[in-house]
Design a protein around this ligand. Structure first.
Ligand SMILES: Nc1ncnc2c1ncn2[C@@H]1O[C@H](COP(=O)(O)OP(=O)(O)OP(=O)(O)O)[C@@H](O)[C@H]1O
Ligand SMILES: [Mg+2]
Length: 390
């Protein structure tokens, strides 16, 4: 892996040669732009980790180039070191004012240049890492507080639901009693009894539905609060989860096929197996419910691939697909097209949160009407630092 990408912005060929030689020797990937305008044009394709910028250049000079880079939201974080033969204090101060992090006087000493480059690259990396951790932490904190609230509300709703159930069975018992049976001897009485029975049934059915929803909410939120970091065989977790899905959905005609194309066949993963299972279970149940609605038979392929840094898992169905207008919304909390079938719309938002915040990965979704849906996610082979998910 390269030690970092550096963009050298310099117009003098001897200086370019010297700088490129010294930097390449240290393993840096070096790109050159011979003036400020070209440097600005190249930023998008090079995406440098650091810029070495000459002050004196034709067209757009170093100060101007630096000011423009710092004014853009996309590039303003890249550290810029000025290369200057002008060691006048005014120029140095001006360099810092337009946003440079440091300067190196020309003619430069290789050791000094390399020391400054590696220090600023290290500071920049640590800063980015720090920002990522803060983002992850706040994302997890937000999710934990939602999970705790959901668990709390679910618990509170259980008590009134219990009372509803007890009252409904009391109603049923009374309606069956011989005292009330006498009422059925008149036509009005009979109609009244039927209405009461229907009302009782409605209360019982809906209380059961609400109870199921509350249990699902509780499960989801509790799972979020208890998963532990472990070293596991990735294929093992994936097969166990697919098996668990099939066992717990015996009536489901979904055929789940696992394609293991990992380079070393037996990839080990240091991560959160509970969370990975939860992601897969959500995707499988979506395939069953939405790709092949009404209990239709269908196939799902789970494919495992990866390189020496990351694993990739894709879950693909060949069913109904997601309409283009819904696709951007599927990761939104509470977005669902299955409210009538018990969908709460939390599944995909939880999947997204787990993959990006907990597994430190990325996720994407593709879908075509009548051809099917593929959800693919990448995550590192090792979680890089303990994350405080509990
Ligand atoms: N494989 C799929 N095929 C077709 N549509 C899908 C698929 N996966 C998700 N969807 C669509 O995305 C919506 C959101 O999915 P999500 O898992 O977040 O919620 P849900 O399944 O409706 O409810 P929950 O997962 O909370 O029980 C679904 O309602 C459905 O419209
Ligand atoms: Mg779902």
């Amino acid at each position: 892996m390269s030690a970092g990408r550096i963009l050298v912005v310099e117009d003098s060929p001897p200086s370019i040669q010297a700088l490129v030689g010294v930097l390449r020797d240290q393993g840096y990937q070096v790109h050159v732009a011979t003036n400020g305008r070209k440097a600005l044009e190249k930023l998008d394709s090079i995406r440098p980790d650091l810029i070495l910028l000459d002050v004196m250049m034709p067209e757009v000079d170093g100060f101007e180039t630096c000011a423009r880079i710092k004014a853009s939201t996309e590039w303003c974080e890249i550290p810029i070191i000025f290369l200057t033969s002008k060691t006048e204090p005014d120029d140095i101060v001006r360099g810092f004012e337009v946003g440079a992090v440091d300067y190196v006087a020309k003619p430069f000493h290789a050791h000094e240049l390399l020391a400054r480059v590696s220090t600023h690259l290290a500071i920049h990396r640590l800063r980015r890492e720090n920002e990522r951790l803060i983002r992850t932490e706040s994302e997890l904190a937000r999710h934990r507080s939602v999970a705790q609230m959901v668990a709390g509300v679910a618990h509170e709703i259980n008590t009134p639901l219990g009372i509803l159930n007890t009252s409904a069975s009391l109603l049923r018992n009374w309606l069956a009693s011989p005292v009330l049976a006498a009422l059925g001897e008149t036509r009005e009485g009979q109609a009244m009894l039927e209405d009461l029975r229907d009302a009782g049934d409605l209360i019982t059915r809906n209380a059961a539905r609400a109870h199921k929803l509350v249990q699902d909410f509780k499960k989801v939120s509790v799972h979020q609060i208890t998963d532990a970091l472990e070293q596991v065989q990735l294929i093992g977790i994936v097969s166990e989860t697919a098996h668990l899905f099939q066992v717990s959905n015996r009536e489901s005609p979904l055929e789940v096929k696992i394609l293991n194309a990992l380079p070393d066949q037996q990839g080990t993963w240091l991560g959160y197996p509970g969370s990975l299972s939860q992601v897969l279970l959500n995707l499988l149940s979506n395939a069953q419910r939405y790709a092949y609605p009404g209990g239709a038979a269908g196939k799902v392929e789970i494919e495992l691939t990866g390189d020496d840094q990351r694993y990739r898992i894709s879950v693909r169905d060949f069913g109904a697909g997601i309409p283009p207008e819904n696709l951007p919304r599927v990761f939104e909390p509470f977005f669902t097209t299955g409210r009538g079938q018990g969908g709460s719309g939390l599944g995909m938002s939880i999947v997204h949160m787990i993959v990006t915040a907990h597994l430190q990965g990325e996720i994407s979704i593709e879908s075509n009407a009548h051809k099917g849906t593929t959800v693919a996610f990448w995550f590192p082979r090792r979680i890089t630092e303990p994350d405080h998910a509990v």
